[in-house]
Design a binder for this molecule. Structure first.
Ligand code: FES
Ligand code: MG
Length: 593
């Protein structure tokens, strides 16, 4: 077994084997011995590897990691390391109120402190449910000790009456069926629950699958690992290999800052676009980049990703689910296809010590129905569009989910292609939306645009996933399944709605959405990348003056200390919703005193 380079001391030796400070060494050693470890294990310069455990009963999407961690330990041990498992603040997307996004930065902060303050030479980041992946990667970026991602993998495919039911995506369909009176509430629960048949994270290309694909493309997990379904035997195998590899990474001193380069982030944008990835990806990926000190902004998503075709046929943009994606070749097959078209920086390093080009060169897709070639792409130009105007400085639109119905209804005017104009109906938060959407007085028809505000990082702490608003039930019964939706919040990555979202600055931060009133006419031009309320500047200035006089757009009181702390420090969605002071700290492992 290779040892670390001669003369190089492991970080953990400052705790367990420090001749300069025998008193403290004894104190550190005695407490770690008390569960049966030997001095030989602690003091033989074995790399000490943390297993950052995100699974728990509260976080069922990642609960499988409680089992996988055993295989990780075996891998660590077989490579000569010592494993110390510890909990990460739980994040469960659908169970956490008011929104799980509130916890991404909290889990990040907690993990930074653990990685910085304890005797760890490297860490295995267990990821899965949406925000667990960015939280872990952001912390690894800040601390910069050797780190490797192990995703838990998606659930098996869901099925109902012979049709695939994808997690999240089925919810949007089921709520429409409920509104149209096609199912009752018990039927609603049965249909939704059918989409979650096994351990694992969401089986659609929602935020979980997207972010784990991103982790792999960034080079932070072993190639081919992201898409393996949670119950497959290969999950255990890759857990073991991940444990083995992190020990070698410590010996090689291969750190996140060596892997998370601008090239790696550009690869992530291209792949996210090609897979029809989540609208949450730009937020999280921009956040990770900031924590490692790589310049990346929302404009990069359009510049690098918009012209990438959709080549993966997974829900919500397509038909299939996680099992087919894995069987077709998963992330390496997507990268392979993109490499053939010169869209990947092949020299970007990855955690296995090789480049992404080396890892994916022989990984052609094995099912061309699921992972397409460019000439059979599902859609051309399928990335994210960035819009600007007097309503916000930036918002994004996921073009891969613009349905033929939506395109026909809103974007096909031959004189103004890509332009939609209509009467705004404005809601202040999800409670207001639910209370009023079916109110006949609003007179909502197919020419209306639905707006929701007060749901950004400040307005609804963490930013709520509510922008994909369902039309009034009466409209659904008439066959109108989607109205254009615009908002300063987020939406689930499992949603197939082509909303314009993540608007920054949000209403609560003084954004133009705060000035909008129901009845205003709004014009959205997808070709020019504009979104504007058609009012003269003087009128907007006057509205702003009145709003400021009345104390500004209302922000509800914080319910917990963390909500207040986060509100006082957080940036807008376009900037990754990061904690402003935190991005000033990089490579903090070197500062442990
Ligand atoms: Fe946890 Fe989708 S809700 S992965
Ligand atoms: Mg979500």
């Amino acid at each position: 077994m290779d040892d670390v380079a001669p003369g190089r001391r492991l970080r953990s030796q400052a705790w367990f084997d420090n001749p300069q400070n025998p008193g403290m060494t004894a104190l550190y050693v005695e407490r770690y011995l008390n569960w049966g470890l030997t001095r030989e294990e602690l003091q033989s310069s074995r790399p000490v590897i943390g297993i950052a455990q995100t699974g728990s009963d509260l976080a069922p999407c990642n609960r499988h990691h409680l089992v996988l961690a055993e295989r990780v330990r075996e891998g660590i041990r077989d490579s000569g390391g010592l494993a110390l498992e510890f909990p990460v603040h739980p994040i469960q997307e659908t169970g956490r109120r008011p929104t799980a996004a509130l916890d991404r930065n909290l889990a990040y902060l907690g993990l930074v402190e653990v990685l910085h303050g304890y005797p760890l030479d490297g860490v295995v980041l267990t990821t899965g449910c949406d925000k667990t992946t960015p939280a872990c990667l952001m912390a690894a970026a800040t601390v910069d000790i050797p780190a490797i991602v192990l995703s838990g993998g998606p659930m098996l495919n869901g099925w109902f009456n012979g049709e695939r039911t994808g997690s999240g995506t089925i919810v949007w369909k089921a709520r429409e069926m409920l509104a149209a009176g096609e199912i009752d509430e018990a039927g609603f629960v049965d249909l939704v629950a059918s989409s979650a048949p096994s351990p694992g994270h969401c089986n659609t290309m929602g935020t979980a699958s997207t972010m784990n694909a991103v982790a792999e493309v960034l080079g932070m997990s072993l190639p081919g690992s992201a898409a393996i379904p949670a119950p497959h035997r290969d999950r255990g195998r890759v857990a073991y290999l991940t444990g083995r590899r992190i020990v070698e990474m410590v010996r090689e001193d291969l750190r996140p800052s060596d892997v998370l380069t601008r090239e790696a982030f550009e690869n992530a944008i291209v792949v996210t676009s090609a897979i029809g990835g989540s609208t949450n990806a730009p937020i999280h990926v921009n956040a990770i980049a900031q924590h490692v000190g790589v310049p990346l902004d929302v404009a990069d998503w359009q510049d690098l990703g918009l012209t990438v075709p959709l080549i993966v046929d997974l829900q919500p943009a397509g038909r299939y689910l996680g099992e087919e994606f894995h069987r077709a070749g998963g992330v390496p097959a997507v990268v392979h296809e993109l490499m053939a078209h010169g869209l990947i920086h092949e020299d970007a390093r990855t955690v296995n010590g090789r480049t992404i080009g080396e890892n994916c060169r022989a990984s052609a897709a094995t099912d061309r129905d699921v992972i397409r070639s460019f000439d059979q792409a599902l859609l051309p130009d399928a990335g994210f569009l960035v819009l600007r105007g007097n309503l916000f400085d930036s918002a994004i639109m996921k073009t891969s989910v613009i349905s033929p119905e939506f395109r026909e209804r809103y974007l096909s005017d031959p004189e103004h292609p890509g332009v939609l104009e209509g009467r705004a109906v404005v809601f202040d938060g999800p409670e207001d939306y639910h209370a009023r959407i079916d109110d006949p007085a609003l007179d909502i028809d197919e020419t209306c645009l639905l707006f929701i505000r007060g749901v950004g990082p400040l307005g609804y702490p963490g930013a709520a996933e509510v922008v994909n608003m369902q039309p009034p039930a009466a409209l659904i019964r008439r066959g109108v399944h989607a109205l254009p939706c615009i908002g300063d919040g987020r939406q689930s990555g499992t949603s197939g709605s082509p909303s314009i979202l993540n608007a920054s600055p949000e209403a609560a931060a003084g954004g133009g959405l705060a000035l909008l009133q129901t009845g205003d006419v709004v014009r959205i031009d997808l070709v020019a990348g504009r979104a504007d309320v058609l009012l003269p500047d003087e009128q907007l200035i006057e509205r702003r003056r009145r709003l400021e006089e009345s104390g500004g757009y209302p922000v509800p009181a914080s319910q917990t200390p963390w909500q207040e702390i986060q509100r006082s420090l957080v940036t807008q969605l376009c900037d990754g919703m990061v904690l402003r002071p935190a991005v000033g700290y990089q490579r903090v492992a070197q500062t442990t005193g």
